[in-house]
Design a protein around this ligand. Structure first.
Ligand code: 3HC
Length: 289
């Protein structure tokens, strides 16, 4: 792959764009409009500047990395891309609209991938011009730091497409886990019930926020406790993934904790809104109950 396009300039899309550019490839970055795409690049610039400040990246490398990222106003320039990665909100109708739009410019032989956390790949492939060239490519946040990419072929995905994205993922310095197209794939199928259970534990007042997180940090050696991780992922995203698991399997073990639903209804979505299980408005996270 030499030319990659990323659609969605939020947390995941910018992390993907930064990582791809870091590994020498050109990246087009799109969002609903050019302003959003440029704001995404500005966030990448901030992250890269921090790395230079901490001596992790040379200034000239940072400049070259940023030079490889081009915010674009729409999908038209993506006809030159070898790979288009959708990294938009975890809502199927939004993703479908993106696939339909990007399909009009998808080059012959180019691959379309979705960074979905849980939506079935086989179903979404139907909204692309060639399901043989459609695949799930699931990155983890923060993308430049996390060592894994899940690769999820749909029912119709060709072996050639699967091999090409595995090579791409390894070229980014990541390990690959290959998953069948089952709800939640491998990692989120395990992670989301854990986060959900932590919210039930909180809702039943078995322990407070700090102790639940401390328990998992120190008792399980997780870098973050499940409630802090939920805030980091976004409580709305956690709820969206749980609802996909719940609706597709109809298994009650995936029913969202009522407290999680309440937090999302309150607009307390985690770090991105300044408040979730922790309050981030003063910088360091402070437990809210
Ligand atoms: N680009 C490159 N490097 C970066 C970076 C960036 N944008 N941001 C941070 N880093 C590097 C730092 O330079 C640092 O490097 P060093 O170890 O060599 O010094 C390293 O990452 C750690 O960064 P910090 O020192 O700032 O922060 P912490 O040590 O507190 O670690 C964390 C932060 C990596 C986020 C850690 O707390 C962690 O691993 N948390 C769990 C994250 C996790 O589980 N993610 C998966 C979420 S699930 C998901 O994404 C799937 C989705 O579908 C829901």
């Amino acid at each position: 792959m030499r030319n990659v396009a990323v659609i969605g300039a939020g947390q995941m899309g910018t992390g993907i764009a930064q990582t791809v550019a870091w590994h020498g490839m050109k990246v087009m970055l799109a969002d609903v409009d050019l302003d959003r795409a440029e704001a995404g690049k500005a966030n990448i610039e901030k992250a890269v500047t921090r790395l230079v400040g901490r001596g992790k990246l040379e200034a000239d490398e940072a400049e070259a990395l940023l030079g490889r990222i081009t915010p674009v106003p729409d999908y038209a320039p993506m006809e030159a891309a070898d790979l288009i990665i959708e990294a938009a909100t975890e809502k199927e109708e939004i993703k479908q609209a993106i696939f339909e739009g990007a399909s009009r410019v998808l080059g012959q032989g180019a691959i379309m991938a979705s960074n979905t956390s849980s939506i079935p790949i086989t179903r979404m492939a139907n909204h692309s011009p060639d399901p043989k060239r459609f695949i799930g490519l699931h990155f983890f946040n923060p993308v430049p730091v996390m060592g894994l990419i899940e690769v999820i072929p749909g029912l119709a995905t060709s072996q050639e497409t699967t091999d090409a994205v595995i090579a791409f993922a390894r070229g980014l310095g990541k390990e690959v886990v290959l998953s069948q197209d089952e709800p939640g794939f491998v990692v989120n199928r395990i992670l989301l019930p854990m986060i959900n259970e932590a919210v039930f534990v909180l809702g039943q007042s078995t322990a407070g926020i700090e102790d639940i997180d401390k328990g998992c940090r120190l008792g399980l050696n997780h870098p973050m406790g499940p409630l802090q991780l939920a805030d980091f992922v976004g409580l709305d995203t956690c709820l969206d993934i749980l609802m996909v698991l719940y609706k597709t399997t109809r298994d009650s073990k995936y029913r969202p904790a009522p407290l999680l639903v309440k937090y999302v209804e309150a607009g307390w979505l985690g770090r991105k809104t300044g408040r979730g299980f922790y309050d981030y408005t003063g910088g360091a996270p402070v437990p809210t109950r």
